[in-house]
Ligand binder design. Structure first.
Ligand SMILES: Cc1ncc(COP(=O)(O)O)c(C=O)c1O
Length: 435
């Protein structure tokens, strides 16, 4: 049953490695995370994954409806991605950095092909936040200006530049002072951006749909207008599609729903095919000119390593050949309409179901319900989590390869869990809607 389980655990009993790992988190990694995972009902060790299924060390199966916050677009261990990575692993996993690196060149060309408009040059990083950092640096370099406008409630990562452009104060204040010249405006407010722009504005950075902010869609016409303003004022538009990119919303890129093309596009998560960590920012030739004066002005030891690039190339090929984005659109429509039907039965608990493609948020009337619903879903064999900047919203971001039967299982589990949550809270004081 557990082909990979070390012999010592078989003789010690399954509980032993779980206790050991929790103790290691408590004593040597992150004690409060250990407590949070336990409270959320994830009190075991993840062991293996395949497609949409994750198995824990005790052999319990879960449908991964969280999908690594968007990482597992192709599910766990997609065979074509695994094969590409294994072939590279047996030959040259990391780059010498002095010779030309073929997978890196191939990936940059592929990204130019699949991204819209005149996006042409790419830098390959190791994560989303690193890619955002690179995009922000490029914006300053290319324009010679310093000011960056970003949206309230945004999430771009937790390194200093990305954090400076992000939203939730509880993650920012403890690290102040953050980078200067970052100004925030409400997401969706065109006038606020217009008022904030000065002669020093280098770029506006936005997620086309805010992910960690609570799966927030932009108001009609908003992104188009921002594109117009940026072009007119000679300000760069950076779109962070780390979460929305690569089919998640039913198109290759969310910006294609709005018919706009950014000057710099940021990707990560699904780009690694669910197998390798990777990030990328892709820019137009005009913007990239700024990097041309010094080939080493922005570098990374591990960025663009052959293993990650091979994973990305294989993932993009699968996405293209299997028309993954269109399938995500269709499945997303079905999933969302069914979720809306479930929500109708629980108006006291669910305020709204919203999203695009398979990027779906369930907004609860109070975050307290999420605290009960998430562990209940885990008990029913479904992995979900709330969004980082908005604990009232539970997100559903399953692999884009999820089957309709798996979606039905999730819906049944959700109804069952909501029923339990309703019963649980009916015995307590009434909950008042709060933030
Ligand atoms: C839109 C967006 N940008 C950037 C990031 C940061 O990516 P990473 O965690 O790989 O640094 C995230 C992560 O959730 C994200 O959702």
């Amino acid at each position: 049953m557990f082909p990979l389980l070390p012999k010592k655990f078989k003789t010690m009993g399954i509980d032993a490695p779980i206790m050991e790992t929790i103790e290691n988190y408590r004593n040597h990694h992150n004690p409060s995370l250990a407590r949070l995972l336990k409270l959320s009902g994830f009190n075991t060790i993840e062991w293996e994954g395949e497609g949409c299924i994750v198995r824990d060390i005790q052999g319990e199966e879960y449908i991964d409806c969280l999908g690594g916050y968007g990482v597992f677009a192709l599910g766990h261990r997609h065979p074509i991605v695994i094969e590409a990575v294994k072939e590279q692993l047996d030959r040259l996993p990391l780059s010498t950095k002095v010779f030309f690196n073929k997978p890196l060149g191939d990936l940059c060309k592929k990204l130019a092909e699949i991204t819209p408009g005149d996006l042409k040059y790419a830098f390959i990083a190791n994560s989303g936040t690193e890619a955002v950092e690179g995009a922000l640096k490029l914006a300053r370099l290319s324009t010679g200006k310093t000011q960056i406008i970003h949206a309230q409630n945004a999430f771009h990562g937790k390194t200093f530049g990305s954090l400076s452009a992000s939203g939730r104060e509880q993650y920012k204040t403890p690290f102040e002072p953050l980078l200067p010249d970052f100004l925030s405006v409400p997401f969706g407010d065109i006038a606020a951006i217009q008022k904030t722009i000065t002669a020093h504005t280098a770029a506006v950075i936005l997620e086309p749909i805010q992910g960690e902010g609570g799966i927030c869609l932009p108001p009609d016409g908003y992104l188009q207008k921002i594109r117009e303003i940026c072009t007119r004022e000679k300000i760069l538009l950076i779109l962070d599609e780390v979460q929305t990119g690569l089919g998640r919303t039913g198109k290759w890129f969310a910006c294609q729903h709005f018919n706009i093309i950014p000057d710099i596009l940021v990707l990560a998560k699904a780009l690694g095919g669910g197998v390798m960590p990777i990030g990328a920012f892709i820019g137009t030739e005009k913007v990239w000119d700024a990097f041309k004066t010094n080939p080493l002005i922005h570098t990374s030891t591990f960025g663009g390593n052959p293993l990650a690039c091979r994973a990305a190339l294989a993932a993009l090929e699968v996405m293209q050949e299997e028309n993954i984005a269109e399938k995500a659109r269709q499945k997303g429509e079905f999933f969302m309409s069914e979720l809306k039907n479930v929500a109708k039965n629980y108006p006291d608990i669910i305020q709204e179901v919203r999203g695009l493609g398979l990027m779906i948020g369930i907004e609860l009337t109070s975050p307290h319900y999420g605290g009960a619903l998430i562990p209940e879903m885990a008990k029913q064999g479904i992995l979900v989590a709330y969004t980082l900047n908005q604990p009232k919203v539970i997100r559903m971001e399953p692999p884009l390869i999820i089957k309709e039967t798996e979606i039905s299982t999730v819906l049944q589990a959700l109804s069952k869990s909501l029923e339990k949550v309703k019963q649980f809270f009916s015995k307590k004081e009434p909950i008042h809607a709060s933030n």
